[in-house]
Write a protein that binds this ligand. Structure first.
Ligand SMILES: [Zn+2]
Ligand SMILES: [Zn+2]
Length: 388
């Protein structure tokens, strides 16, 4: 940990008071009103609607769309995310996106990562917003694309009126319709805001502390299913830090990632497009690489009767892995080369189709080899763990 990080930077009173007051209300005024007056079903329904709108606007909008450019979205969708993102009260898209890009670029670096987990849970969760730390200085040089987006700039310019209208004006209006302004302000306004805040903050804190690291151990990010349940799928943070341009965080079909389902569903009706996916083979490569590292680390810690044979087995597996990856990279380059050539020469369609089918078959074979290797290594790791 760096020693020259300024831990007692000047306090930011606006955020300190805002976070303190909004946090105190759900443990005092919100339950008191519930006991004395009570909340109706309509209150709770609107609470869930506002919570979901804010949550998805941060995960699908602020995060995957604007910070990572993982897909393109229709202006209607962007306007929706910009409005409800302001309601989530986590700063404008421009500031949020720029800071988040810095978090990825300098992850775990105490001086450059705005919410480095190496400065502790509290700092990564909320502390980084309570003082004017040099690591949190705004530098928009990494957000020039965002500055060209008129919706982003509109939201940035009118951020305060948008925040006030969405957090106070709209719930008050809704309360007037429902016949209970105070109850609606407490539930749909305050309780929703606090839950929405801390759920997002968990991604910066707990998702860098608890869980496993199936894709990389080069940073602190973790995959955690339980956190994915409350963060609209952002809990698969280890995958996300390794493959940040992928529109999915929970990459397997069964992984709970409602944000990816939302983005995919919107693409079926033409509201989102160009959904970026990392090639499956690259994902498998990362998984196998981590299995190797795990096996090698375990082999150093345990004592088996035939250690040399195990080391040799692992060595052979690794050799095969390197060969598969080299061939895959060559084939991929050839594949693109052939595509370009076919286009330039206007080759006969039949010949082109045949070539493509042959390459595709080889790709499938290699994918299968890698999958089998991952299974063998998994088995090896289970056995090694049992021998510890
Ligand atoms: Zn990210
Ligand atoms: Zn992170």
């Amino acid at each position: 940990m760096s020693t020259d990080v300024q831990e007692n930077a000047p306090r930011i009173w606006v955020t300190t008071i805002l976070f303190s007051v909004t946090f105190l209300m759900p443990i005092t005024a919100v339950p008191a009103y519930g006991i004395l007056v009570g909340y109706s079903l309509a209150h709770w329904v609107w609470f869930v609607v506002f919570l979901a709108f804010c949550g998805f606007s941060i995960t699908a909008g602020y995060h995957r769309l604007w910070s990572h450019r993982a897909y393109d979205a229709n202006p209607l969708v962007r306007a929706f995310f910009a409005f409800w993102g302001a309601c989530a009260l986590q700063n404008s898209i421009l500031i949020w996106g720029s800071g988040h890009r810095r978090h990825h670029r300098h992850v775990d670096d105490n001086e450059k990562d705005p919410y480095s987990i190496n400065r502790g849970f509290w700092f990564a969760h909320i502390g980084w917003m309570l003082r004017n730390y040099p690591s949190g200085d705004v530098d928009l040089s990494n957000a020039q694309d965002l500055q060209r987006d008129p919706i982003v700039m509109f939201q940035h310019k009118y951020y305060l009126p948008l925040v006030l209208f969405s957090n106070i004006g709209l719930p008050a209006l809704l309360g007037w319709v429902l016949g209970d302004v105070i109850g609606t302000l407490l539930l749909v306004g305050v309780l929703r805001l606090v839950i929405s805040h801390h759920v997002t903050f968990f991604i910066n804190s707990l998702c860098h502390m608890w869980g496993n690291q199936p894709y990389t151990n080069t940073n602190t990010a973790r995959d955690n299913f339980v956190l994915a349940l409350v963060t609209y799928g952002e809990g698969y943070h280890n995958f996300h830090h390794y493959f940040q341009t992928d529109y999915r965080n929970g990459v397997r079909w069964w992984q709970f990632d409602p944000t990816k389902w939302l983005i995919a569903s919107l693409s079926w009706v033409g509201l989102t497009s160009n959904l970026r996916r990392v090639p499956d083979f690259k994902i498998q490569e990362a998984l196998v690489q981590m299995q190797f590292e795990k096996a090698q680390a375990q082999l150093k810690r345990i004592q088996l009767p035939n250690m040399d044979a195990w080391k040799e087995t692992l060595e052979k597996e690794y050799q095969q892995f390197v060969e598969t990856m080299t061939e895959w990279k060559q084939l991929r380059a050839e594949w693109y080369g052939q595509k370009r050539q076919a286009l330039a020469e206007k080759k006969q369609e039949l010949q082109e189709k045949w070539q493509r089918a042959a390459v595709r078959t080889r790709f499938k074979e290699m994918e299968y080899m890698l999958k089998m290797q991952r299974k063998r290594l998994h088995l090896l790791n289970v056995n090694f763990a049992a021998a510890v």
